[in-house]
Design a protein around this ligand. Structure first.
Ligand code: SF4
Length: 366
């Protein structure tokens, strides 16, 4: 197993390395090997933070890092939430994109590192070597700024959501190829990675004795991840013109006040707070602005991941889950009437609006 395989675990060679190592995933799971812990971290960070990079990159050896990839695919399949697969594949692709940019732009001794992939390596991996050509530059020592990509692969990997700039009518075309900037080429490769990671997900894990045992052994991890994602009650996102913190439930007020005081929150607490603030309609920038300097960047990143998801799939935890996390604090009377912090906010906001309307009604009692 090479460090390169651990850095790009979706490469065909990485998969072969796992197969030829003859390591039984079931044994790793039964023994709770480091690769399992890293696999769980991989999925959790993908779903919550949009990256699969290890929190501590030095905590895992090459083997654990590489084996964590097939384990994370099993976990994502067991989570059984469509948004989980999508979010996970995007996080793998985004992390790979960062690796690719760093590797392709590496200079000096870094170029020869055994862990790095060249642009040619990645193009070959996706059968694009014959479809992408660098535009000649006057300075042969400088990396090309532009490339020509055959129309077929361009249309395959180009996403219509990327905007008008990517439409063929707005592109230079010649000899059946499309001109793209260097970073645009990397973006196309990121999409190629996303598709490869998403391919075959989710798959059926249960259905055989071995699969059932595997699923049972991973159950605690899977249930915790499901709880992080959302709970039984998908909650509609509440958008209001004016988001008043006075209407936040006590649990959220407490989290907000702790983070504003500079306290570092647990993973669950950060997720709960970010998901709530996004749910009431704050933008990631606004979330970063209200949580205090110490947590601004981290909460803003979480909010960005949550904000581009499909709403209800990333609803904040229910009151029941908040209680399980020990985050349900300072309950008040309204808490007895609801089962979700978002519902608390909704009823508090609508109650305040109807009071205001009554007060403004001509002829209402002074
Ligand atoms: S009951 Fe629900 S809304 Fe109230 S404090 Fe607990 S978790 Fe928050």
């Amino acid at each position: 197993m090479r460090p390169l395989h651990a850095r790009y675990p979706f490469f065909a060679a990485a998969r072969q390395a796992v197969e030829s190592a003859e390591v039984a995933i079931a044994t790793l799971v039964a023994e709770d090997a480091p690769a399992v812990e890293r696999g769980v971290e991989r999925v959790e960070r993908a779903l919550m933070e949009g990256t699969v990079e290890a929190e501590d990159p030095y905590a895992w050896d090459t083997e654990s890092e590489l084996l964590s990839y097939p384990i994370s695919r099993i976990i994502v399949s067991l989570v059984e939430t469509p948004a989980a697969v999508d979010k996970y594949a995007r996080a793998e692709a985004d992390t790979a994109y960062e690796h690719m940019v760093a590797d392709f732009e590496a200079t000096g001794d870094d170029i020869n590192s055994d862990a790095r992939a060249s642009l040619d390596d990645v193009l070959r991996e996706f059968d694009l070597a014959g479809s992408v050509r660098a535009e000649r530059t006057e300075n042969a020592h400088r990396a090309p700024e532009y490339y020509w990509v055959d129309i077929g692969p361009y249309l395959t990997y180009c996403d219509t959501d990327w905007g008008a700039d990517w439409r063929l009518v707005n592109r230079s075309l010649a000899d059946g190829a499309v001109r793209v900037g260097r970073k645009e080429l990397y973006k196309l490769l990121r999409e190629a990675v996303r598709r490869r990671v998403a391919e075959g997900l989710p798959f059926a894990v249960r259905g055989s004795d071995a699969g059932d045992q595997l699923a049972d052994a991973l159950k605690p991890h899977v249930e915790r991840l499901r709880n992080l994602l959302s709970d039984r009650g998908a909650v509609n996102v509440v958008y209001t013109d004016t988001v008043s913190p006075d209407h936040f439930p006590p649990c959220v007020e407490s989290l907000l006040s702790r983070t504003q005081d500079g306290e570092s929150l647990s993973n669950e607490a950060e997720f709960s707070l970010a998901a709530f603030l996004v749910g009431v309609g704050l933008s990631p920038e606004e979330v970063g602005g209200v949580v205090g300097d110490a947590s601004a960047e981290s909460l803003k990143t979480r909010a960005t991941v949550l904000a581009d998801s499909s709403g209800s799939q990333y609803a904040p935890p229910t009151c029941e889950t908040m209680q399980a996390y020990d985050l349900c604090v300072n309950r008040d009377d309204r808490c007895d009437t609801i089962s979700h912090p978002m519902k608390y906010f909704e009823t508090a906001t609508s109650g305040a609006e109807s009071t205001a309307t009554t007060d403004e009604t001509p002829g209402s009692a002074d």
